[in-house]
Design a protein around this ligand. Structure first.
Ligand code: SPV
Ligand code: MG
Length: 290
């Protein structure tokens, strides 16, 4: 069974699937061990990993390379954040075949112009594409996928751009009409009201995806109570957790003038060996090294 089918089945079984951001195979392995249903190959996380802003600076090749590496180490379905699809509908055709081949089970494509500006930045320049042009990109994605279970998720940035609920609903309906399997509605308001209102007003058939980074009180209980939302993406918590942990440990090493204290609070080298699957190396050495 394809991982894309697995993802669709899980949505049907559970009602809500939980997808965790990853920026590396190691973070994906940790997300899988924690029990998440899938991996978000986040553009924000990968940009941050390179120390760059999330503004179309990371190339498709860089993102694909990381996605392939993640797919090689995690059995979870991967939802690829392909931003604007790297250009127009022609670029989308190329991107979809590359991402499907690299091991993605779904893509999220957003209705901003290329180059995009990260969504959560205050005062970011947010320009949206004409609806018809984005419909063409969705249509191109649907027509290109080879696995019919591969999910094409259309993301509208209408609320992020400050265009209001009516525009967001109009765009979501147009994208569903163009063939989108699901609609991602993004918001940077500090409270969930804006997204909750959109979800209540949504009369389409396509299930909804949210990324509640800006409105963290929207927990899974609240999401389920609202209905219609089939995927929650925890969009940047892997990279933020890493930054928190590294800042703390680096500062303590300098303050303590040594590693003697932090050593007790960080994972052992053996734990990293386990994550690297060193046990398999031992088995292979015994078997094959003569
Ligand atoms: C990402 O993780 O790259 C996203 C989510 O697209 S956000 O950064 O909130 O736009
Ligand atoms: Mg992104």
């Amino acid at each position: 069974m394809s991982k894309a089918k697995q993802l669709r089945d899980r949505m049907a079984e559970r009602g809500l699937v939980r997808i965790m951001a990853a920026h590396s195979p190691l973070s994906a392995v940790l997300a899988e061990e924690a029990g998440f249903d899938g991996i978000w190959a986040s553009g924000f996380e990968l940009s941050a990993l390179y120390g760059l802003p999330d503004m179309s600076l990371i190339s498709m090749t860089q993102h694909l390379d990381m996605l392939r590496a993640i797919a090689g180490r995690s059995s979870l379905p991967i939802v690829a954040d392909i931003d604007t699809g790297y250009g127009n509908a022609i670029n989308v055709i190329h991107a979809i075949s590359e991402y499907e081949r690299a091991g993605a089970s779904a893509v999220v494509i957003e209705d901003k112009t290329f180059p995009k500006v990260t969504s959560l930045a205050a005062g970011g320049r947010q320009e949206l594409l004409r609806v018809e042009e984005f419909q063409g990109k969705i249509n191109a994605a649907i027509s290109t996928r080879t696995d019919p279970n591969f999910l094409v998720i259309a993301r509208t940035e209408a609320l992020i751009a400050g265009l209001g609920e009516e525009e967001a609903l109009k765009r979501a309906a147009a994208y569903e009409a163009a063939g989108a399997d699901m609609i991602l509605i993004h918001s940077k308001q500090k409270a969930p009201d804006e997204v909750e209102s959109f979800v209540r007003a949504w009369s389409g058939k396509a299930p909804i995806v949210i990324v509640p980074t800006a409105y963290p009180e929207m927990n899974e209980e609240r999401i389920k109570a609202l209905g219609r939302i089939a995927i929650v993406i925890y969009g940047n918590h892997a990279i933020r957790a890493s930054v928190t942990a590294m800042k703390d440990v680096f500062a303590r090493i300098l303050k303590d003038r040594g590693i003697h204290n932090v050593n007790l609070d960080i994972v052992s080298v053996e734990e990293v060996f386990r994550l690297q699957r060193m046990d398999q190396v031992k088995v292979d050495e015994d078997r094959f090294l003569e």
